[in-house]
Design a protein around this ligand. Structure first.
Ligand code: ZN
Length: 144
């Protein structure tokens, strides 16, 4: 099987069987973003205790790239500190937008090819941007 085909299947698998789809009853923070270019709408819920993401979920609807990316992201950040999750999201965004830094690892590798299609980069990074904002908002709430 070609690598491209494997990646396509992985994206399709996350799209058809999204991990952590839904909302969290006790979310510490929820941030929803809209990608008008494609029409994707995704909200990220985070349940954060002592700076560690206990649970994460996403809701909304969008294209296969945006949904698969959100599924991978929520799966990857559970159990991580908010700082680690921020770094992960930022690294992915940097790689896809500036083509700089370290290529994302794990399931995210399947989305690396998206960087060749600038219009789809917004789809792939929507959930990551929402997560970054969610962490920022959570910090602001702590200080308020
Ligand atoms: Zn999209």
């Amino acid at each position: 099987m070609e690598l491209d085909e494997l990646y396509r299947e992985l994206i399709l698998d996350h799209y058809q069987h999204p991990r952590h789809f839904g909302t969290l009853e006790n979310a510490s923070v929820r941030v929803g973003l809209h990608n008008p270019t494609c029409g994707d709408r995704i909200a990220i819920d985070l349940d954060i205790v002592d700076g560690v993401i206990q649970d994460a979920s996403f809701s909304g609807q969008g294209c296969s790239i945006s949904m698969a990316s959100a599924s991978m992201l929520t799966d990857a950040v559970i159990g991580r500190t908010v700082g680690e999750a921020e770094q992960l999201a930022q690294g992915f965004i940097d790689y896809l937008t500036d083509q700089q830094g370290v290529p994302p690892a794990g399931d995210f590798e399947a989305l690396n090819g998206v960087k060749k299609f600038p219009a789809r980069v917004k789809c792939a990074t929507l959930a990551h941007n929402a997560l970054r904002q969610a962490v920022r908002q959570w910090r602001d709430n702590l200080e308020a």
